[in-house]
Design a protein. Structure first.
Length: 148
């Protein structure tokens, strides 16, 4: 009888553990929360800034905002990013104080948002200096999360 009770108890414990784990918002891949529902997916297969499909479950599925990240930095007001596609380098500003309105998708299925702007390198560096935003490269983030 005791063996039967232990077996039942173990099954119940496993069931409760699975229910608990399923209810948690687990960040398995080390995504970086940049604030205002923006996340940096560090994993080399993704390497993008994204927004969640469902803000109540931010780590389940997401929509690409900026791909091919080289560097990212952020503070309470801005997210600054540099992306590189081939030889083309782009500088990005995400204004976390502005409302995020979905404007549609571009030809590469990247969502366009009202508070995400491609900017010139001079403006990028002015914001970076005035806001004292430190940038980390994708390699630095990956080393911190043991991808490299």
């Amino acid at each position: 009888m005791q063996l039967k009770n232990e077996n039942l108890r173990n099954k119940l414990l496993i069931l409760l553990t699975l229910i608990f784990l399923n209810s948690c918002q687990l960040n398995w891949y080390g995504d970086i929360d940049l604030g205002s529902n923006f996340y940096y997916q560090v994993e080399p297969a993704f390497n993008s800034i994204v927004i969640p499909v469902n803000t109540d479950e931010p780590y389940k599925s997401s929509i690409y905002v900026i791909k091919n990240i080289e560097s990212v930095g952020f503070d309470k007001n801005y997210i600054l990013a540099i992306s590189k596609n081939g030889q083309e380098i782009k500088y990005w500003r995400i204004n976390k104080n502005a409302e995020t309105k979905k404007l549609g998708y571009n030809e590469n299925s990247i969502i366009e948002l009202s508070n995400v702007s491609e900017i010139g390198s001079t403006e990028f560096n002015q914001i970076r200096t005035s806001e004292n935003i430190g940038l980390k490269t994708k390699t630095e983030y990956r080393k911190e999360l043991n991808y490299e």
